[in-house]
Design a protein around this ligand. Structure first.
Ligand SMILES: *[C@@H]1O[C@H](CO)[C@@H](O)[C@H](O)[C@H]1NC(C)=O
Length: 374
C-alpha cells in the first residue's frame, strides 16, 4: 500500500516537472453554476471553446442594444488565467438572458502548468523546447495577466522553430484599452502585433470569436504588446503557440532519404542493408502535427545476413567429402590396383621370356650337341 502511494506521488511529481497542458470539458444550463477547476494549484485556465446549444422550447430574442457578448468572452473575463472559478451564463454575461435564451453551455478549457506559460516580456522561445524534450507548444501571457497589463515600453516575444516548421498562433484572450472606432486594424495605442519575417501581418485590440489564428510564413515570429499606460486594470493577452510541420529527419547510418514533403518521408537502406527491427529495406513516415509517426532517430540500417551465406560452407565441405574425395580415392585406388596388376603381368611376362630363352638355349645346345655328335 505504502509503495503504491509512493508510486502515485512519484508519477504525479514526474508529470509536474515535465509540465503539461490538460484539456477539460464542463457543461451546464444557462442559469446553472459551471465550475472550472485545475488540479494543480499553479495551473491556470485558458478557455479553448464555449458553445451554446439552445433548448427545444427556447425562443430567441435577437434584438439587443449591446454588441453580442460571446460566452467565451464572458468566460475569459471571469475564469481565464485563474486556477478555478464558477460561471453562470445569465449572470456573468451581460445580455445573455435576452440573446441566448434557455439552453446548455458547453465549455472546453485547458489547465496549463506554470512552466508551460511564458510570463515575462522580451523572451525568445526556441522550439522544440531545449529543456523539455519533444515539447513544441505552450502559452504566452503578459506579466500581470489576468489582473493588469502595462509597462509603457512594448513587451516582445520571439518564437523560433526549425527552418522546415511553421508557427501556429492562437489569440485565446485579449483585453486591452480600445481606442477609437471598434474596427480591425484601427487600434493605434494599446494593441497586439504579429510580425512575420520583419513584416507586420496582424494588429488588433479586439477579441475575435472564434479566436484569431495565425500560421506563420517563416520559421520565426515576433509578438508585441503595446501599452500606453503604466498600469491598466484589464487582463492583457493570453496566446497559444505551437510548431507545425515536421523537421527534416536525419537519415540513419547506411540509408538515404528517398522522398520528402510536408506530410510524408521515405527512407531506403543501402544495397545489402535492412532496418534491423522490421527487416525491410524501406521505411515510410507520416508527419502528425509537429512530430513524425515514429520515434526519432530511426535505427541504423544493418548489413543483411544471408541465410544461405553462412551455411553453404559446411555444405560445400560435405559436397567435397562425399562427391569429390570418395571418387578420387576410388580412382586412386583403382589406379594403384591397375598399376599393381600391370606390374605383376609385366613380371610374369619377363619370367616367361627368360624361361623361353632358356628353352631355346637348351634346344640350341641339344642341336649343337647333336651337330657335335654327328
Ligand atoms: C506527400 O507525399 C505523399 C506520398 O507521395 C502524398 O500522398 C501526399 O499527398 C503528399 N502531400 C503533400 C502535401 O504534397
Amino acid at each position: 500500500m505504502f509503495i503504491i502511494l509512493i508510486g502515485i506521488l512519484f508519477a504525479s511529481l514526474h508529470s509536474i516537472s515535465g509540465g503539461h497542458i490538460e484539456t477539460v470539458s464542463a457543461s451546464g444550463c444557462e442559469s446553472c453554476s459551471i465550475y472550472l477547476t485545475c488540479k494543480h494549484f499553479t495551473s491556470i485556465i485558458a478557455i479553448i471553446e464555449a458553445s451554446f446549444v439552445p433548448g427545444t422550447n427556447a425562443s430567441l430574442e435577437v434584438s439587443t442594444p449591446f454588441p453580442i457578448q460571446y460566452p467565451r468572452q464572458c468566460l475569459n473575463h471571469r475564469c481565464s488565467g485563474n486556477n478555478h472559478c464558477s460561471f453562470i451564463l445569465n449572470e456573468d454575461c451581460p445580455g445573455a438572458k435576452n440573446y441566448w435564451g434557455e439552453g446548455t453551455l458547453y465549455v472546453k478549457y485547458s489547465c496549463i502548468t506554470e512552466d508551460r506559460v511564458v510570463k515575462y516580456c522580451n523572451r525568445e522561445i526556441v522550439l522544440p523546447d531545449p529543456n523539455n524534450v519533444g515539447i513544441s507548444e505552450g502559452f504566452i501571457r503578459n506579466p500581470g495577466y489576468p489582473r493588469f497589463y502595462g509597462g509603457q515600453s512594448p513587451c516582445r516575444w520571439k518564437i523560433r522553430v526549425p527552418s522546415e516548421q511553421r508557427i501556429q498562433l492562437t489569440i485565446f484572450d485579449i483585453s486591452v484599452i480600445v481606442d477609437n472606432p471598434p474596427t480591425e486594424g484601427d487600434c493605434t495605442k494599446d494593441r497586439l502585433e504579429i510580425i512575420d519575417s520583419e513584416i507586420l501581418v496582424y494588429s488588433t485590440c479586439h477579441q475575435k470569436e472564434p479566436p484569431k489564428e495565425y500560421l506563420s510564413l517563416s520559421d520565426s515570429l515576433e509578438i508585441v504588446l503595446y501599452s500606453s499606460q503604466r498600469l491598466t486594470p484589464l487582463r492583457g493577452i493570453l496566446l497559444h503557440y505551437t510548431a507545425v510541420g515536421c523537421p527534416t529527419p536525419v537519415p540513419p547510418a547506411d540509408s538515404y532519404l528517398v522522398y520528402i514533403n510536408d506530410t510524408f518521408a521515405a527512407f531506403s537502406c543501402c544495397v545489402g542493408y535492412v532496418f534491423p527491427d522490421t527487416g525491410t529495406k524501406t521505411r515510410q513516415l507520416t508527419c502528425e502535427g509537429s512530430t513524425w509517426s515514429e520515434i526519432m532517430p530511426l535505427p541504423n540500417c544493418e548489413q543483411l545476413e544471408y541465410p544461405s551465406a553462412s551455411e553453404p560452407l559446411p555444405k560445400l565441405r560435405e559436397i567435397m567429402a562425399s562427391e569429390l574425395i570418395v571418387p578420387a580415392v576410388i580412382i586412386v585406388t583403382l589406379f594403384i590396383l591397375n598399376s599393381m596388376v600391370l606390374f605383376f603381368i609385366n613380371r610374369a611376362k619377363k619370367r616367361n621370356e627368360i624361361e623361353h630363352k632358356n628353352e631355346e638355349i637348351g634346344a640350341l645346345n641339344s642341336e649343337e650337341l647333336s651337330a657335335v655328335v654327328t
